[in-house]
Write a protein that binds this ligand. Structure first.
Ligand code: F6R
Length: 616
């Protein structure tokens, strides 16, 4: 989704801004732009506002700025993911009004009304965006004697919706202003230079000292200082965090794509996430926060809220939580829950699951739950200091490392690992986990990184299947029980990066409609672990074969299932019992990855998708 970078320094900031944009490319975008106070190659000492924008990749913008010899000591830059107005140069940010220039993430809901008011004042609009409204609004509030900071504050007070903005004005060439409400924004502190960005990874090359702005904050960022005013207008000091993010962690290394790297990083990502229990004889509620023992003891049910892949992790967890801990668990798509008239249960533990911690729908769903009086919240998230983590009482930070590929992979398996820990803890608090069972499960968790590594060895076989899938337009994914959500995740992975239409069904549902789609042109993937439903699943697979459907079965080693006419089987190396869904995820990620490659797609930046969905 959109990305913001801002910088003020005593050196040329154009390379810093462009490098920052490149590091934000993974979020997904369709156009990019930069504005500096400076100009041609004079070291940027002048204060003329210069803006360059282009559709397509940041590399295009970089070429353009080299050709124009763009330079400046203060500037803002942006990658845009179209919401209002098609992807085009005129809609790309920064937007300008006189000497004011603005970049914006989020959506301004009252833009029509503001546009009408500004038009009445004589402002003319050059784009179809909601952002241009902000630029004109700030310009209209910039009367003589008013600072840019005050003009931005007066303007944001009139905005309805979500925003993170960075603003420069040629009237104040040594400082820029950053403000946020409902969309993430942070400041980076350097030595005699300061920065702002929507994501810490954009600044990793210039500083590791970060200040995360709170909702309603407005900051004035100058060479040697930053000043922050909170939503109530009070001057505030926000804590400075040392970011753990290293430049190496966001680099590709020997891999061709981030998705490939992240699939292969899963053993390590899961090992890091489970580090706190790696030598432990028992699980402790403290893993989820200081108050967890009390809260987990008081809750009588669980409500999981999430989107996309994270929602699938929640669906898997429902089987664990009800099956092992024995308490009711509901799982809801966050964008549905937030607008549904649900019956609140103040004793439910509201669990949000999110890779980014910034997904607008999940954040709004949590706020909605709180408004309904649901006071117990836990967030499982991969990004430290993200909005969701900060809004939750209890938290568990997955340690997958930065996930750059748009298709979520290692975030999902680490979420599942944490959800196993949550299940064990809930069961233990309720006296439903014997010491013996606890020990067995901890042993399986310790073995999990090795088991994941073993599954990765089947990649060459999966790659051969992918070649065939790449030639199809449709595919079906089948699973039963706890592997049904894994089938859903497999279908999502395939469609989002290979653009092959894929549907997942609980295998028992086939005969209630979708069997009509099955013929020899329909490849069918089945997830066939050796569990209590295996024989039932085999009957469902017979239904597919009887209609000529081509079966591709991921079976556990101990099923002794073999291939035959119209049935191909890949045997999974390990049988992992309760943890089986985590292992069965890997071949489905590999299938999607190789099918997308075979179709020549941009695996890391699939069309129409963004990494963090910070708009509704
Ligand atoms: C799919 C994918 C998305 C995200 C969803 C939620 O591969 O990545 O479906 O899972 O947008 O994002 P987070 O987990 O950041 O809340």
């Amino acid at each position: 989704m959109c990305g913001i970078v801002g910088a003020v320094a005593q050196r040329d900031v154009v390379p810093i801004l462009l490098e920052g944009l490149k590091r934000l490319e993974y979020r997904g975008y369709d156009s990019a732009g930069v504005a500096v106070l400076g100009g041609a190659a004079d070291g940027g000492a002048r204060s003329t506002l210069c803006r360059l924008r282009s559709t397509g990749r940041v590399a295009e913008l970089e070429k353009l700025s080299r050709a124009e010899a763009l330079a400046g000591r203060i500037g803002i830059a942006h990658t845009r993911w179209a919401t209002h107005g098609v992807p085009s140069e005129k809609n790309a940010h920064p937007h300008v009004s006189g000497g004011v220039s603005v970049v914006h993430n989020g959506i301004i809901e009252n833009h029509d009304e503001l546009r009408a008011r500004l038009r009445a004042k004589g402002y003319q609009f050059a784009s179809d965006t909601d952002t241009e409204v902000i630029a004109h609004l700030i310009h209209s509030n910039l009367h003589s004697g008013t600072s840019l900071f005050d003009a931005v504050r007066a303007s944001t007070a009139q905005l309805v919706g979500a925003y993170a903005i960075a603003v420069v004005s040629d009237g104040e060439p040594s400082r820029f202003v950053a403000a946020r409400h409902g969309a993430p924004l942070l400041l980076g502190l350097g030595e005699g230079e300061n920065f702002a960005a929507s994501d810490a990874s954009a600044l990793v090359q210039v500083t590791s000292r970060m200040i995360y702005l709170e909702d309603g904050d407005c900051a004035e960022v100058a060479l040697g200082s930053v000043r922050i005013i909170d939503a109530k207008g009070a001057a505030v000091e926000r804590p400075v965090h040392a970011s753990q993010l290293s430049a190496a962690a966001v680099e590709l290394g020997p891999y061709r794509h981030y998705m490939e790297k992240e699939i292969h990083e899963q053993p390590m990502a899961v090992a890091n996430t489970l580090e706190m229990v790696s030598g432990a004889q028992s699980v402790s509620a403290q893993l989820f926060g200081a108050e967890a023992e009390r809260i987990l003891g008081e809750v009588d049910s669980v409500l999981i809220l999430a989107c996309g892949t994270s929602y699938h992790a929640g669906m898997v967890a429902r089987y664990w939580i009800e099956g092992v801990a024995g308490i009711p668990c509901n799982v809801e798509i966050a964008s549905e829950y937030r607008y549904r008239a649900s019956v609140p249960n103040p004793k439910a533990l509201v669990v949000t699951v999110s890779q980014s911690g910034e997904t607008a729908d999940t954040l709004a769903a949590l706020q909605h739950a709180k408004q309904l009086g649901q006071r117990y919240s836990l967030c499982i998230c991969n990004v430290p200091e993200s909005a969701l983590l900060r809004a939750s009482e209890l938290r568990f930070l997955t340690r997958a490392g930065p996930e750059i590929g748009v298709a979520s992979t290692k975030a999902f398996t680490t979420q599942l690992a944490v959800l196993v820990l949550l299940t064990m803890t809930l069961a233990k608090v309720r006296g439903r986990l014997s010491r013996e069972r606890e020990g067995e499960l901890l042993l399986s968790l310790r073995h999990l990184p090795t088991a994941l590594q073993n599954v990765l060895h089947i990649e060459p076989q999966v790659k051969m299947w992918a070649e065939k899938f790449a030639q199809h337009q449709h595919a079906l994914f089948l699973g039963r029980g706890i592997h049904y959500p894994i089938a859903m995740e497999g279908a999502l992975k395939l469609k989002e990066i290979s653009y092959i239409h894929a549907e997942a069904y609980a295998a028992g549902e086939l005969k209630h409609g979708p069997l009509a789609l099955v013929d020899k042109h329909m490849p069918v993937v089945a997830i066939a672990p050796k569990d209590a439903l295996f024989e039932k699943l085999k009957s469902n697979l017979q239904e597919v074969r009887a209609r000529g459907g081509e079966l591709h079965v991921f079976a556990d080693q101990d099923t002794r299932m073999t291939g035959g006419d119209g049935i191909q089987v890949i045997r999974m190396p390990d049988h992992a019992g309760l943890l089986s869904p985590i292992l069965h995820t890997i071949p489905l990620q590999l299938l999607a990855y190789h099918a997308a490659l075979d179709r020549g797609n941009d695996v890391d930046k699939p069309r129409n998708l963004a990494k963090s969905v910070t708009v509704e």
